[in-house]
Design a protein around this ligand. Sequence first.
Ligand code: AMP
Length: 224
Amino acid sequence: MVPGVRLVVLGKQGAGKGTQCVRLSHHYVVPHISTGDMLRAAVKTGSALGVKVKETMDRGELLGDDIIMEMVADRLSEPDARARGFILDGCPRTTHQAEVVAALLLPGALDLTVDIEVPTAQVLRRLAGRRVCTDCGTNYSVTTPPKVNWMCDICGGEVIQRQDDTEDAIRRRLDLYERQTAPLIDWYESRQQLAKVSGTGSPDSVLRRVIRAIEERRGRGQGR
Ligand code: AMP
């Protein structure tokens, strides 16, 4: 049987986190839990949550911890995540959120936190060209568009530029990342739960590096 995994994935916007998380969720057969995707789905359906969060998201600012942590706690308690694990993407974003996530899991349950590292100049280029399916969240770019007329290759949904991928919002999100999310790298490192992986190169090579880091960690765990 394919082993599951309990994984947190960190990385600046545009580091390729979303792409890697989708691939990892297929590899380990676990749900990809992306807070950004869940929130965008809520905005799209026009639910009360969606109406509440849209403006803040469009500005590229962070939402309150309470909204996010309730959403994540609910999702982590579903049978698939409990049985096999999860790839957590976009949360935690602050050390407070990291503390709440740790409290939601059993001690030692988290296999690893992976930080996907890409230089800022490169993520800026990637973000400006990024396009995303409004239905299933698949990522494309101006250099790798869907095959037909900006319709998603996977689900046929409309592929567009994200509202928060404008120059202003990108700058704000990267600034927030440095101030609020980058400290998480030290937080996980001091708990021996972090692996840094280079996010440059092809998606396949990045995926291989991430899987190697996870398997190395598990190998060490078994030797204890
Ligand atoms: P993302 O797709 O992960 O870049 O998230 C898009 C937007 O959703 C962010 O800019 C925030 O407005 C909101 N968001 C997603 N995850 C979180 C989180 N863990 N804490 C606060 N806000 C979040």
